[in-house]
Design a protein. Structure first.
Lengths: 430, 154
């Protein structure tokens, strides 16, 4: 019997509804159920894509997320180009990577400064933090702006880039256009290094995840826009084998689908990328990580904020490297004639591995689409962490328990911008 | 006079697309000195868009208990932190919006000289394109009111 139940409906002026909710059931002093419904898988988009032309896909999928549209484009290009037997040229690949770096900078700066840092400094939100630390928040906004400048210059605008297409770009920027963003990026590098030093000074509870980790990798490169999939336990497989390893399934007591990797709990995202590929970071980023007290691996979800900061440093050094050796793609795109078949794409969205699969008919119409975003892959790992968090804090009043759970969720930077802005929190004490 | 019109929302979530729909119509009018953008409501971009402007007009969808679909609300936001809605806090990681953007702008001196928010009560914010009938019917009036706001400011 429920002797106390509480429901907090968050958000007053909201743009988008959603069924997002965290429900924790406590029975006889034990956490008996944790259900996090923070993410609506893009099923609508999968259905919406059917019958569309293969050249339209990336423009549609970029609409799934306002924070990581490039990720949704990159995995889509890759899958479609794989079906049609097209390999992008080196200059096109480099420009795509540069665009993606802009998204990493922008998304990570947003998460670190606007959402995550207040948790560590004891502020309810960024507004309160800005009252005491205005210069710091200004630094975060500058970083975000530097990322946006990359997105605007190459993608045509900061959200839902319009200059990209299957096969490449509609128009490749002139070298002079990139020189002007390089100037901003050089200042941003100082801001990023200061960010890493700043977050490294936060207090981090001791806790390490023992689940497997999964990330896209490339030889000698910290993978972003493409690669093969690698687990922390050493298994490597190409994108086309993704569905054989990562399976979404229904679990008892939860309405959400849970993904497992070869039947086991796993996590994607900054911790996975860093733990698997830290050796491939640029020297400046590696040095920043070392100065922050990080070794070659990081499995503490609280420290994900440091890894994000290091990844901003990396994305900036990488962007500067690409600009420095920029060769303007000419032509800006390769024609991609339709072909029948199935194609797969993987890339590293700021919050983790993003998989796309498309089946095309001979005229290039989409017969089926499957999108497995990082947040749905991470759902089970986040719930497991929430269960642990709640179980250790059952003596706390609801408000404090809720706050602890929110902090746990934010460690994983789950993506919900495409779905919901209401979050209901329900704690059932029975 | 510099003014910016910001249509906030997601056109793939039915009535949440009222902001972008309004922005598209205002953009066609081509008013001198008026910049028109669409936004997903992410605060740092809102701050960028409106700081330094003499007038910012923000249009978004709203839902509230007992609301009448299509009904229009106007909030003039002053520089003092006394807005009609409070910062909410949220466990969602992208769950920041216009209210947080306004409060942050106030704290960081990044407010436009004048900020007017028009909120339209939504009927349907499920998946899909196109506005619902009541919200669609409110669009002509909303356009007139926003244009009047812009003209009064110029």
């Amino acid at each position: 019997m429920t002797d106390r139940s509480r429901e907090l409906v968050v958000s007053a002026l909201a743009r988008i509804e959603g069924e997002s909710a965290l429900r924790i059931v406590v029975s006889d002093g034990q956490v008996t159920d944790v259900q996090l419904r923070i993410y609506e898988p893009p099923r609508f988009f999968e259905a919406f894509l059917r019958g569309r032309q293969h050249t339209e896909v990336a423009d549609i999928t970029s609409r799934i997320c306002g924070i990581c549209p490039v990720a949704y484009q990159a995995s889509a290009w890759q899958a479609i180009e794989a079906v049609c037997g097209i390999e992008p040229t080196e200059p096109i690949s480099a420009l795509r990577r540069l665009l993606y770096c802009g998204e990493w900078i922008s998304s990570h700066a947003l998460h670190i400064y606007m959402l995550h840092a207040p948790d560590f400094l004891g502020y309810p939100d960024v507004v309160a933090m800005a009252r005491d630390h205005r210069a710091i928040v200004e630094r975060g906004l500058r970083l975000k702006k530097a990322g946006n400048a990359v997105l605007e210059t190459i993608g045509g605008r900061a959200i839902h880039p319009v200059n990209t297409r299957v096969g490449g770009f509609y128009r490749a920027p002139l070298p002079a256009e990139l020189t002007s963003i390089a100037e901003k990026l050089r200042q941003a590098l100082d801001d990023a290094l200061a960010t890493t030093a700043w977050v490294a000074g936060f207090d981090f509870p001791d806790y390490e995840l023992d689940c497997d980790l999964l990330a896209v990798t490339k030889p000698d490169e910290y993978a972003i826009e493409s690669g093969t999939v690698t687990s922390a336990r050493g298994l490597t497989f190409p994108a086309q084998n993704f569905s054989a390893h990562v399976v979404e399934h229904q679990v008892p007591h939860s309405t959400a689908l849970h993904a497992t990797f070869d039947g086991r709990l796993f996590l994607t995202g900054p911790l996975a990328r860093y733990t698997i590929s830290s050796a491939s970071l640029s020297p400046v980023a590696r040095q920043a990580a070392r100065a922050a007290g990080h070794g070659d691996t990081c499995r503490n979800p609280h420290r994900s904020i440091v890894v994000r900061a290091v990844e901003i440093v990396y994305a900036i050094t990488e962007a500067l490297r690409i600009i420095d050796s920029y060769e303007r793609p000419d032509p800006a795109f390769i024609p991609v004639p339709p072909a029948a078949g199935e194609g797969h794409g993987v890339s590293e969205a700021p919050r983790g591995l993003l998989y796309h699969r498309y089946r095309l008919d001979q005229d290039g119409h989409i017969e089926s689409a499957a999108i497995v975003p990082p947040t749905s892959q991470n759902q089970a790992a986040i719930e497991a962490d929430l269960r642990r968090t709640a179980a250790a804090r059952l003596q706390l009043p609801d408000a404090e328990l809720t706050a602890a759970c929110e902090r746990t969720i934010r460690n994983y930077d789950p993506c919900i911008s495409c779905s919901a802005h209401f979050l209901k929190l329900l704690i059932d004490r029975r | 006079m510099s003014a910016v019109v910001i249509g906030v929302g997601n056109p793939f979530r039915r009535d949440d697309g009222i902001g972008p729909a309004l922005a598209a119509r205002i953009s066609e009018v081509n008013l001198p000195g008026v910049t028109v953008i669409t936004s997903d409501g992410e605060p740092s971009r809102l701050l960028d868009a409106w700081s330094g402007a003499e007038l910012a007009v923000v249009v978004d969808a709203i839902r509230q208990d007992g609301g009448v679909a299509g009904q229009l609300h106007r909030y003039a936001v002053t520089d003092s932190p006394t807005v009609g809605w409070a910062p909410t806090g949220s466990a969602s990681t992208h769950g920041l919006g216009i209210d947080e953007a306004i409060h942050l702008a106030q704290v960081m001196d990044l407010m436009p000289v004048r900020l007017v928010v028009f909120a339209v009560e939504a009927a349907d914010i499920g998946y899909g394109e196109h506005l619902s009938q009541p919200v669609s019917a409110s669009l002509p009036e909303l356009i007139e009111i926003v244009l009047a706001e812009l003209r009064s400011g110029t």
